[in-house]
Design a protein around this ligand. Sequence first.
Ligand code: PMP
Ligand code: GLN
Length: 382
Amino acid sequence: ANSILSGYGTTIFTVMSQMAVEYDAVNLGQGFPDVDGPEDIRKHAADSLMMDSNQYPPMMGLPDLRQAVADHNRRFYDLDIDWQSEVMVTSGATEALADAIFGLIEPGDEVVLIEPLYDCYLPLVRRAGGIPKTVRIEPPAWDLDQAALAGVFSEKTKLLILNNPMNPAAKVFNGDELAFIAGLLQQYDAYALCDEVYEHLVFDGRAHIPLMTLPGMRERCVRVGSAGKTFSLTGWKIGYITAPANLLQPIAKAHQFFTFTTPPNLQKAVAYGLRQDDGYYRAFQADLEAKRDLLASGLKAQGWWVPDSQGTYFVSADITPFARESEDDVAFCTRLTQDVGVAAVPISAFYDSDAPRSFIRFCFCKREPVLQEALEKLSVLN
Ligand code: PMP
Ligand code: GLN
């Protein structure tokens, strides 16, 4: 049977990871670390599996984790959050996004999205009956065109989906850009779904500013985080939503029918994880910044055109110096994986249509020798 979703192919992350395995390539495609997160957090989960209940935890999430999420919001962003009415635990940020989109969008509502966009947004918005209105930021600067953004808002706009720090552009929105966005949300009486899974990965002394912290935005923002990203445990799929109670209620309705709940033992370990001291978060950020430096400077030294990576797991690169005639980003990534032995992701996969065809994304959350090996392999292109 045909449906909105059957028109989509397999996600680019699965396609590239499978190709990397098949051709034994260094996998800098799909975003996942090659070292698991802190042992004490994993030990907590293992102990909890043996000592605590393995039955359905509360639908909204374990109180311990919801309190830890509220505390984390206060510690890093000075946000005053009521853990009982304003926090919900989900099976990864992906489920949080689906819950929010299905909970808040009515058929015919317009949803503003910024391209290049993370791959699950469009299928979810469309399946919920929303009408996507996309605006682009352009490489290499990835600056927000404020007039273009204002141009896609209308009286029908219900929601803006804002990914900050942004995958795959590796852009971190600054205070001025966020203030402009906040003004539009107020003007059009719209909400923001803030995908902030990379909140702790911003580089070069930048600060991550949740849109929710701007004046007037506390009531309008649904903020999504992911333990997978913050603790390098992407397979755990523990996400969390912080939102005002009147927005969280319909979102929780979607959650109760999608998954209802999330493994209790992993929730308990993530609660412990979120309470790590500031040193953990600093070291995590510094470690990833060093990896970014290694990969980005290595690529530049080989002649790649590399836009600034301000945050996330990723660095983008323009393939123009190395692409063969009429070779687009997809063909280039295929050749890179099969012949050169390095997998990356074509950035055209992050657009609805008419995508630019000369940018690819490398993931740098890998051990240094792995990044070195990738760079060595890439040097055959010179
Ligand atoms: N949003 C963005 C921007 C992502 O890059 C990812 C993937 N890692 C997710 C959401 C999904 O996060 P999770 O694995 O917690 O579902
Ligand atoms: N977020 C990861 C990325 O951008 C992939 C997650 C997934 O495979 N769905 O690469």
